[in-house]
Design a protein around this ligand. Structure first.
Ligand code: FAD
Ligand code: A2P
Length: 273
């Protein structure tokens, strides 16, 4: 059946248990896409959490992977921001979804990148590479974040400029957003960088923190445990390196059960890990 590219409300009713209907899909590069699906009426989540989503496998069993919810908790749909792994069991198929298709979504949100896992502070830093932006796409749109922190700084690093585009458009759209625009204005600072293509700001998150360049560029004091809080989401190597730098600034890692000055979550489970 050839589905229309936009959905009418009647088609957002899924047929299978735990299934949701895809309402839109956008491809950003040959490695990245985002999509929106209907939201289960009962699903409550905290911005920054992840759920298991997937497709039915050829063997008739669900093929599920962890995905951060990229939309804020007040949104009536759910948004995801995804990698396309060419031979990846899930994403080699998921990248071909169209509006009207169904995906499986287990409605049990969990995760450490939640505001509740941090002690109160003045500034909140979001530190991400690649699709590690996804949980922050949710948090950046959550009014609670701006109620709790005077300033929010989004550092996002990718190899190439095109890989920053989803985040760039999201941040740009925020200030004009009728729901949250006023709350965000003057509070959200965006610091995108590339490492392998010329751009106005370049360098790894780790290097820009360790050298103090990001603090100088934004006119902010060096990170300190009294004022700064951070959330980290990238590859395991990125997370390990950022954690060491944050600890060097005197920040301690926290969790839901024991809030501290920073929290970390893997954006994906890497090769051999
Ligand atoms: P897999 O067999 O799962 O992965 C194959 C290989 O591809 C991995 O070994 C790794 O080298 C690489 N890879 C996998 N995911 C990524 C990625 N996101 N970026 C770069 N390289 C990757 N993925 C998303 O795209 N968006 C998300 O919001 C997201 N949230 C996650 C949250 C958590 C807590 C975890 C643990 C993972 C998350 N992932 C996310 C990764 C996701 O679960 C899958 O690994 C991904 O969808 C690829 O699935 P696959 O079956 O095609 O390949
Ligand atoms: P670089 O280009 O210098 O490797 P990837 O596409 O490999 O997941 O990387 C995404 C981004 O994260 C790239 O800009 C990459 O920089 C950067 N990166 C990779 N590993 C680390 C790390 N250990 N610390 C900081 N940045 C990293």
């Amino acid at each position: 059946m050839n589905e229309a590219l936009t959905m009418d409300a009647a088609r957002t009713k899924p047929h299978l248990p735990d299934a949701q209907v895809v309402t839109s899909v956008k491809h950003w590069t040959d490695r990245l896409f985002s999509f929106r699906v209907s939201r289960p009426a009962s699903l409550r989540f905290r911005s920054g959490e992840f759920v298991m989503i997937g497709l039915m496998g050829d063997n008739g069993k669900p093929l599920l992977r962890a995905y951060s919810i990229a939309s804020p908790s007040w949104d009536e749909e759910l948004e995801f921001y995804s990698i396309k792994v060419p031979d990846g069991p899930l994403t080699s198929r998921l990248q071909h979804i169209q509006p009207g298709d169904e995906i499986i979504l287990r409605p049990k949100p969990v995760g450490t990148l939640v505001v509740d896992a941090l002690l109160p502070g003045k500034r909140l830093w979001f530190l991400a590479t690649g699709t590690g932006l996804a949980p922050f796409a949710s948090l950046m749109r959550d009014p609670e974040v701006y109620e709790k922190f005077d300033q929010v700084i989004m550092m996002h690093t990718c190899r190439e400029v095109a890989e920053l585009e989803y985040g760039r458009q999201l941040v740009e759209g925020l200030e004009a957003d009728p729901l949250i625009g006023e709350t965000v204005q003057g509070k959200l600072r965006y610091y995108p960088t590339t490492t392998r293509e010329e751009f106005h700001h370049m360098g790894r998150v780790t290097d820009n923190l360790a050298s103090g360049k990001v603090f100088a560029d934004l006119g902010l004091p060096k990170m300190n445990p009294e004022e700064d809080r951070a959330m980290v989401c990238g590859s395991l190597a990125f997370n390990v390196d950022v954690k060491a730098i944050l600890e060097g600034f005197g920040l301690r890692e926290g969790a839901n059960s024991e809030p501290q000055e920073f929290v970390v979550e893997k954006a994906f489970v890497g090769d051999g890990i």
